[in-house]
Design a binder for this molecule. Structure first.
Ligand code: GLN
Length: 555
């Protein structure tokens, strides 16, 4: 079978949930048994997302091969259940960097180097590369931003050319737009979509299908109107209205026949998709057996997308435990003042990854509270670091212990720069990134969570500069801390870099240096998250049992 390409553009507004819509289509194709992969094209000039503010742009997702990408790559990985790589996220910055480097090396043989054909050729090469190197049958190609943006023009031109090169039955153009609802006249407005399709036609692309995002199901009449104006058969207009849970979107689209539509246009065999995982997840989410309340102590509290993968991992773990996970954002800076009572109502406390000194003391307080009160604690990356600082200060007696990231003059640098980071000068792509092995110690809680098999080794993804200082590991151990995971084979670092810690005599206290949220999937939730939610569920159960018996005693 020739590799098929589905090109997806967006219209009317950005952030309209294009990633979820496309990923849902990908899930429907995966559920038909195809090898599917995805490519996100970001028209900004940054080479990657690693240098962008998470509270403006959402989280930086990390791939197995250590690329710092747009968060849509994470959504693709979770919906398609595939591992993507650096090449699956292309930016304008990468394209121009490579064209300019080729020009400097003289590869264009004295030609005038231009947007068409040199830049567009470079773009096409990268698109086709994704298909071949992933050995994919179907490639979803999403152009970020909105049609009409100046910066996306070279990409649209490349897509236009590809239909001629690959043929009609191997290419499909989908346009995703927003259908706004006007309260005053109580109707969905189709005009912005009409304009957006006209703009797309202006650059030579006639969409084959349209997916309309809306708050609620759109009346047939509006869909027919769009089909007519957009020059598309009625069977090519789909309505991705807001679902109660994102995992319900594949089914919403399947019911409208999007899978069949793609099969017809790409000349694929007719297959009935296997959607059980999605249906079961939605069923659990709609009627969970219980609810657990989790406090996430962070800095970017106003922008939940800054922790998108983490939210998803908690959701996966909730589904695995048949529990609804209620997430509350706790501003770490509020805890600095010592107002810890607000933490009492949570069944679990999570300190996620983060950078910079702001809010650190609040996070240390939260770790202390969890340790002393026996509240389940999960520390991710920065979260293991604050747990170690807390333990060093209050249990091991290292008063003033800190990370050199927050206090370069601390008397006890229990968290310090990794030696390979000392010489790094640039900012982009300079951390310890991507997948690294972790050797799990026998007899630990971590071992029961991961079930690592005879080798004891598992892999998780990383993104950090600092680490637990090996010089302090013996002291921390003497004070009772358990090192439950290390990077194998790191000579000269004691037994290896500390990857994970846990505490004895505590229902659940785990810190990991990696980000297990990046690999968590609906079908295989991240082990630390699953264990954490299970422990939170037990705490919630114990709390309600106590309440019930108190009530009985009163009667
Ligand atoms: N700031 C810490 C470091 O660089 C933690 C990073 C993170 O949580 N991703 O090591």
């Amino acid at each position: 079978m020739h590799t098929k390409y589905i090109f997806i553009t967006g219209g009317v507004v950005s952030s309209l949930g294009k990633g979820i819509t496309i990923s849902s289509l990908g899930a429907l194709l995966r559920a038909r048994g195809y090898r599917v992969t995805a490519l996100k094209i970001d028209p900004y000039i940054n080479v990657d997302a690693g240098t962008m503010r998470p509270y403006e742009h959402g989280e930086v997702f990390v791939t197995e091969d250590g690329a710092e990408t747009d968060l849509d790559i994470g959504t693709y990985e979770r919906f398609l259940d595939v591992d993507l790589a650096r090449r699956n996220n292309v930016t304008t910055g990468q394209v121009y960097l490579s064209v300019i480097e080729k020009e400097r090396r003289g590869e264009y043989l004295s030609q005038t180097v231009q947007v068409i054909p040199h830049v567009t050729d470079e773009i096409k090469e990268r698109i086709l590369e994704v298909g071949t190197s992933n050995n994919a049958e179907i490639v979803l190609v999403e152009i970020g931003g909105t049609v009409g943006d100046i910066e996306s023009l070279p990409f649209l031109e490349a897509l236009r050319q590809l239909r001629f090169e690959l043929d009609r039955e191997n290419t499909l153009y989908l346009h995703v737009t927003l259908l706004p609802f006007l309260g005053a006249s109580e109707e969905y407005k189709t005009k912005p979509t009409q304009h957006s399709v006209a703009t797309l036609r202006g650059v030579g692309i006639q969409p084959d299908g349209i997916v309309l995002r809306s708050q609620s199901p759109v009346p047939e009449e509006a869909l027919r109107k769009i089909a007519l104006f957009a020059n598309i058969g009625e069977h090519g207009v789909f309505n991705a209205y807001d679902a109660d849970f994102v995992y319900a979107v594949p089914e919403v689209l399947e019911q409208q026949g999007i899978g069949r539509f793609v099969e017809q246009l790409l000349n694929l065999e007719r297959v009935t998709p296997e959607l059980r995982v999605w249906q079961e997840a939605v069923r659990t989410l709609r009627s969970p057996a219980t609810t657990v309340s989790i406090g996430v102590v962070g800095k970017y509290v106003a922008m939940p997308d800054a922790y998108l993968s983490l939210m998803e991992a908690l959701k996966h773990a909730g589904i695995a435990n048949e529990a609804e996970v209620e997430i509350s954002w706790v501003d770490a800076e509020d805890l600095v003042k010592g107002d810890l009572e607000s933490l009492e109502r949570y069944h679990g406390i999570l300190v996620p990854g983060g950078f910079g000194v702001r809010g650190i003391e609040g996070k240390v307080q939260a770790a202390r509270f969890a340790r002393e009160q026996g509240v389940p604690y999960l520390g991710i990356c920065l979260g293991i670091q604050v747990a170690v600082i807390e333990y060093a200060r209050h249990v091991a007696g290292l008063v003033g212990a800190n990370s050199t990231e927050f206090d370069p003059y601390t008397p006890f640098p229990v968290i310090d720069l990794m030696p390979e980071q000392l010489e790094v000068e640039g900012m982009g792509g300079t951390m310890r990134l991507g997948s690294w092995p972790m050797q799990i110690a026998e007899g630990t809680l971590l071992e029961t969570l991961y079930q690592p098999g005879p080798s004891g080794v598992v892999h998780e993804r990383h993104r950090h500069r600092y680490e637990v200082n090996p010089e302090y590991v013996p002291t921390l151990r003497e004070a009772g801390m358990i090192v439950s995971g290390v990077t194998p084979g790191m000579e000269g670092r004691g037994e290896g870099l500390v990857e994970a810690i846990e505490l004895p005599n505590h229902p659940f206290f785990i810190g990991v240096q990696s980000h297990p949220e990046f690999q968590s999937r609906l079908m295989r939730s991240g082990p630390p998250f699953r264990g954490f939610i299970r422990a939170a569920r037990l705490r919630a159960q114990a709390a309600s049992d106590l309440e019930a018996s108190n009530l009985e005693a009163q009667v």
